[in-house]
Design a protein around this ligand. Structure first.
Ligand code: HMG
Ligand code: MG
Length: 312
């Protein structure tokens, strides 16, 4: 494994848009996915097959994925895994899994939390019930040859329970590993963690399931996402999630803002000599285009600075 290579999972079309109050058109979502892939994104979380009553913004997941797949085919990328664009979707239950199979995604993401209260609010069951519910979902995904990720929300703090011990995220990761999860997305849902705590949580989760299978998913609510990324990077984590332009938030974590902006993450990583395979000009184009479609200012700090520099 190349230690200087960092895998960036782009979650903008899912985490970035799921909380948008106004409906975002399928065409705008599709354009976003295309722009991201053209910027070099190779792992794209494009949809969530969740209840449309709970998260209406994600109701057109099948159409978005059909559009991306058709477009990839016209680009000569029918073999999505080489050259690689792996498409993923969130699936909370078997109904979601059926839709993921129909969409033909490469990766599915089952999701629970290190906090009981958040799990109840987000997916209407306990942590133990969620993991039971995942068993047949994961079996089906593995049979279909899909990569299976497991997301652990509130690993660094919960909007309902407050502090969450590092051991809790590690315990949930172990329970997910026991039912077949292959990659563990450790999430700071409300962006509340600081680097020392990040080190403790990732150390504990790494001890449980192996750091090479762990990804950092940092929301930037308190401005800590890049600092936390660096703390996890220094421990040996080499997969990080980000959202183009820093878009997003979780409908069940009021006030939480988006993930770290992809442009800011890439600026830091490439500045440190890591390879991401992503093209900054293409990312800025994707970020500006979706910001315009949403009618809001383009918010990536690095993206804005580079644009200002270009037009000096
Ligand atoms: P429930 O109400 O307990 O489920 O919700 P149910 O099985 O009783 O079904 C209720 C209705 O939903 C039924 O329809 C089902 O068919 C339908 P009805 O008979 O009333 O017409 N339904 C579905 N429809 C489409 N796709 C499905 C599906 N499942 C049921 N998969 C459920 C339980 C899990 C479905 C619900 O709580 C839910 O959808 N929750 C998702 C919430 C969500 O999407 N949250 C945001 C994503 S997680 C996140 O952002 C965190 C993350 O970024 C990491 C981090 O930052 O922390 C990943
Ligand atoms: Mg998130």
């Amino acid at each position: 494994m190349n230690d200087r290579r960092v895998s960036v999972v782009e979650v903008g079309p899912r985490d970035g848009l799921q909380n948008e109050p106004q409906p975002v058109s399928t065409a705008d979502k599709l354009a976003l996915c295309q722009n991201l892939i053209e910027a070099g994104v190779s792992r794209l979380e494009a949809a969530a097959f969740v209840s449309p009553k709970w998260v209406p913004q994600m109701a057109d997941g099948l159409d978005v994925l059909a559009g991306v797949t058709a477009w990839l085919n016209t680009q000569g990328q029918a073999q999505r895994m080489s050259p690689k664009v792996a498409l993923s979707a969130l699936v909370p239950n078997q109904k979601g899994m059926e839709l993921a199979v129909q969409a033909g995604v490469d990766e599915v993401v089952v999701f629970t939390a290190a906090s009981e209260a958040f799990t109840q609010k987000n997916i209407n069951c306990s942590i133990a019930e969620s993991i039971d519910r995942f068993k047949p979902v994961i079996a089906q995904a593995l049979q279909a040859g899909m990569h299976v990720r497991g997301s652990i929300s509130c690993a660094l703090g919960c909007p309902y329970e407050g502090a969450v011990p590092a051991a809790k995220a590690a315990e949930v990761a172990q329970r997910l590993a026991d039912v077949g999860v292959m990659e563990f997305d450790v999430a700071d849902t409300i962006g509340v963690g600081t680097p020392g705590q990040t080190r403790a949580v990732f150390h504990a989760v790494g001890h449980a399931v192996g750091l090479s299978r762990v990804a950092g998913h940092f929301h930037d609510t308190y401005g800590q996402a890049l600092a936390n990324t660096l703390a996890a990077l220094e421990l040996g984590v080499r997969t990080f999630h980000s959202s183009i332009g820093g878009l997003g938030g979780c409908p069940y974590a009021k006030g939480a803002t988006g993930n770290v902006a992809t442009e800011d993450l890439v600026y830091m990583l490439e500045g440190m000599g890591y390879e991401t395979g992503l093209n900054m000009a293409g990312l800025i184009h994707a970020g500006q285009t979706i910001a315009q479609a949403l009618g809001r200012p383009y918010a990536s700090r690095a993206g804005r600075a580079l644009l200002a520099y270009r037009t000096r």
